[in-house]
Design a protein around this ligand. Structure first.
Ligand code: ARG
Ligand code: ZN
Length: 849
């Protein structure tokens, strides 16, 4: 375990490493319990660096021998690394260490998954493989030799030689150690080919375990589409002769962009219509794209230090979002992304874990792979693009690639490129990187003599360690509608930079209705109490699909909140207006399916808390159930027509059009189930011809409490497919009623197929409990205790995954005193656990404040 005294790393303390690594040569002799790693590292003094001791990171390594320029040395070895005297000029450092991949349960460094060797080095996992300056600003070309009897031996870069019992790889592109990768196993490949627009022929492979071959074609197609898109849109070509993707069952995150050898959680690559839902396909396509796009935004230009993580992640998320928007439906993608942002980033930004997009200190960097760094980081790029315009955005990006190719760069470098390309001063904009918290925006209107004026007020509430906030640059996209619903002023982007600021529109014949923050043009909370009539008007007429959806969403939220606090009936006027929209056959089915969605219970809890009301999870659950029941009853007459429209006759394809229809069909089936108690869902379950339909039907049956036989049948059909079984585990907890969610979780963690050491399975079960709002927040605290028990248990083996899931407690101060006390007690119980990981102790202490 890690040392007890937490060390904190600060951005302001950055200093370059004293040496450059001119080349790194590694030999791996693989054995599960005793792998030998022999390193030959050529160091030369780094002229720009301050004087320092020679220190190499290294953790959990057994040093066998070390030498400098061929002379044996006896370095000083600590739990963090190795220190020794070195010559003043260039020198060759060699070492041999022993590691035990089969005992590596943290899944960081070199580990084993189902008999296969694989690596995960980002952020600081390479130091568990050998002694090295394990920091992103030290870049070197790597040569790797792998010795093993396993048939497939892979590493980064291009193949040098593959022979009996060994393989040699050479990566000509200097890279930081976090992009190192090695894979060895009994794998089969699904092969493909791509010719770059510059004429380079690239061999493509998706490597999987025998038996999974049929789940590869979609990933391969997604890869090719991504490669073409990056050429067409960003002018970026691939730069090696081979690109490998490997699927691994045990993986802490989604995937990893190692140079030329991307390693994926199998859930983020394996796909087939029988076993994957439309949502899985879309997610896989996006993650393949994301990792591929990292080849330029991450690998060719990397980060100087881990505080700059958003430099590659925010930008790459923004790029994968744009890719999906281009390939599928842009409005649907935008709405889905905002839903995600509000569900995951807003709670973070508004709670004890709030941190800037570029944090300024950390104890464990793995705790900062957050929705703020990734998704808010992507929003910041989106705002920048909106402010400078598309043309200048791409001009700046070209300059970024030209100026920083091969660099380990910073946010300052990134912004300087925009300033130089556009002549803009971005010093105020930079606050988006340093100020945590979600800005609040409010506007007032006035109209006189044909001039309409919008006055904006902004403020950002304090966050931990940041009491005072300065005004941000907020791009507010606004359009104006006339009284008859026609658009009288088309969308324009107002740049709000002051705490209070006015904008006027002249020459209007009547007072318009504003449509503010179109497309969710900035990650802020719009605080206005917009009159219900205005929202209904926008729902009916807004030309901006996002704001049309948003109008309905806010009416839904208000209706639900009134139900929770006053027992009010669901808002009939809203339901009628929404029913109108749902029957507009000109609107794409995917959009209408989103319109049918209602705020999640956790979102309502946050909304209530924002209004100063203590959320009552049971009351929220009851109100949500009642609303669903009312929707079904009120729209009963139009459900058959919608179901008809949702029918797909053609063979299954996971494209936007078909998945949109199926999404609408599933939403309709859910309403139907409220009326018939599950009859239609049972029929749909029996007749399902793909996983999307099968799972949608099963979800309805779980919600209706008629799931016993269907769950058994599903299990019998899919018990040998791990990825499908994760759905089976998760669904019956996530959708269970609040009275049974905890008991179901307790039963399922005892199921023979529950395996806490597999992060996907752990997340499927415990993550589902944490996501069942009323179930997790059961008043007696059983949900809290059960999760805490499992977090404590997992922390001793896999701190990363355990710490990540502890985020479930981040909202604890929102609730009533009883629940607060129960959650706090669990956090304290976790904190008191002897030998707690650095990951978990940082998370828990931040949450306790
Ligand atoms: N860079 C990976 C990505 O594309 C994430 C890897 C993070 N891994 C970790 N252990 N923190 O998003
Ligand atoms: Zn990434």
């Amino acid at each position: 375990m890690k040392d007890a005294a937490p060390r904190t790393i600060y951005l302001q303390d950055y200093a370059p490493f004293g040496w450059q690594v001119q080349s790194a040569h590694l030999t791996f002799r693989l054995a599960p319990e005793a792998t030998r790693v022999v390193s030959r590292l050529h160091f030369a003094p780094n002229p720009g660096a301050p004087a320092q001791d020679f220190f190499l990171h290294g953790e959990e390594l057994t040093l066998i021998r070390a030498s400098i320029d061929g002379e044996e040395i006896t370095p000083e070895v600590t739990p963090e690394g190795l220190r020794c005297e070195v010559p003043s000029g260039p020198f060759l450092f060699e070492a041999e260490v022993e590691i035990a991949p089969a005992k590596n349960t943290a899944l960081e460094g070199l580990y084993m998954s189902n008999g296969m060797y694989c690596t995960q080095c980002e952020a600081e996992g390479f130091r568990k493989i050998t002694y090295y300056p394990d920091r992103p600003d030290v870049m070197a070309p790597f040569e790797v030799r792998i010795e093993s009897d396993l048939p497939v031996l892979l590493s980064n870069g291009d193949k040098v030689e593959i022979g009996e019992g060994f393989a040699e790889w050479h990566d000509p592109w200097p890279k930081p150690s976090y992009l190192f990768a090695l894979v060895a196993g009994e794998l089969v490949n699904h092969a493909g080919q791509f010719t770059t627009r510059g004429g380079r022929d690239v061999e493509l492979n998706v490597w999987v375990r025998p038996g999974d071959e049929h789940k590869c074609p979609f990933a391969m197609e997604s890869l090719k589409t991504s490669m073409r898109w990056d050429e067409d849109v960003y002018g970026r070509e691939y730069d090696l002769d081979i690109f490998n993707i490997v699927a691994v069952d045990d993986f802490n995150m989604g995937a990893m962009e190692n140079k030329g050898l991307n390693i994926f959680n199998s859930s983020a690559v394996l796909a087939s219509p029988d076993t994957s839902t439309d949502a899985d396909f879309e997610r896989i396509e996006a993650i393949i794209a994301h990792e591929y796009f990292h080849n330029w935004t991450g690998n060719r230009i990397t980060c100087r230090d881990w505080f700059q993580l958003c430099l590659k992640e925010g930008l790459t998320v923004f790029r994968d979002q744009s890719f999906t928007a281009d390939l599928r439906s842009a409005p649907v993608k935008r709405i889905s992304d905002v839903l995600m942002l509000r569900a995951r980033q807003f709670p973070e930004d508004q709670g004890p874990l709030a941190h800037p997009v570029r944090p300024e200190s950390f104890q464990e960097i793995n705790n900062f792979y957050t929705a703020t760094v990734y998704e808010k980081g992507a929003e910041v790029i989106g705002m920048l693009k909106r402010l400078v315009g598309d043309e200048d955005y791409f001009k700046a990006l070209d300059l970024y690639f030209e100026r920083h190719d091969g660099d380990a760069a910073t946010i300052e470098d990134w912004l300087a490129v925009f300033e130089d390309a556009t002549g803009r001063d971005l010093s105020q904009f930079k606050r988006w990187y340093s100020q945590a918290g979600t800005p609040r925006l409010r506007y007032e209107e006035s109209f006189a003599d044909g001039t309409y004026t919008l006055t904006f007020h902004q403020h950002t509430p304090p966050t931990p360690g940041q009491e005072e906030k300065a005004p941000q640059v907020i791009p507010v996209a606004v359009g104006l509608l006339g009284p008859n619903g026609d658009e009288v002023v088309e969308t324009r982007v107002l740049e709000v930079t002051e705490a209070e600021q006015s904008f006027s529109f002249e020459g209007l014949s009547a007072q318009p209705v504003p449509s503010v923050l179109r497309g969710f043009s900035a990650p802020v909370v719009l605080e206005n109490d917009i009159p219900r009539e205005t929202r209904l008007f926008l729902l009916a007429h807004d030309t901006d699909p996002f704001n049309r959806w948003e109008a309905s969403r806010s009416l839904a939220r208000e209706s639900l909140m009134a139900s929770v606090t006053e027992g009010a009936e669901p808002d009939g006027a809203w339901l009628d207006a929404l029913g109108q929209v749902l029957s507009e056959t000109g609107l794409e089915p995917a959009f209408r399916a989103l319109m049918l969605g209602v705020p999640a219970q956790a979102e309502l809890a946050r909304a209530l808390h924002e209004k100063g009301v203590t959320p009552d999870p049971e009351a929220i659950w009851t109100a949500s159930e009642r609303l669903a029941q009312t929707m079904a009853a009120r729209w009963e007459g139009m459900l058959p027509a919608l179901a008809e429209e949702a029918k797909v006759e053609a063979d299954y394809v996971p494209d936007a059009e078909q998945s949109g229809k199926r999404a609408l069909g599933s939403a309709v089936l859910a309403l139907q189930t409220r009326l018939d108690g599950g009859a239609a869902a049972l029929a749909a379950f029996d007749g399902a011809t793909n996983m999307t339909q099968q799972l949608a039907a099963l979800s309805c049956l779980v919600r209706a409490g008629r799931d016993k036989q269907a769950l058994e049948a599903f299990h019998a059909q899919w018990k040998n497919d791990k990825l499908v079984m994760n759905k089976w585990f998760g669904l019956q907890i996530a959708l269970a009623g609040p009275d049974v969610a905890v008991e179901r979780t307790e039963a399922l963690v005892k199921h023979p197929q529950f395996d806490a050491s597999n992060p996907n399975r752990f997340r499927a079960v415990l993550g589902a409990l944490a996501g069942n709002h009323a179930g997790f927040h059961r008043a007696d605290g059983h949900g809290y205790r059960l999760l805490a028990d499992h977090l404590i248990d997992l922390d001793s083996r896999n701190p990363q995954t355990a710490a990540r899931m502890a985020v479930a407690f981040q909202t604890w101060t929102r609730y009533d005193e009883g629940r607060q006390a129960l959650m706090k007690a669990e956090l304290e119980r976790i904190a008191a656990k002897p030998g707690l990981s650095r990951d978990m102790s940082e998370m828990v202490s931040r949450m306790l404040g």
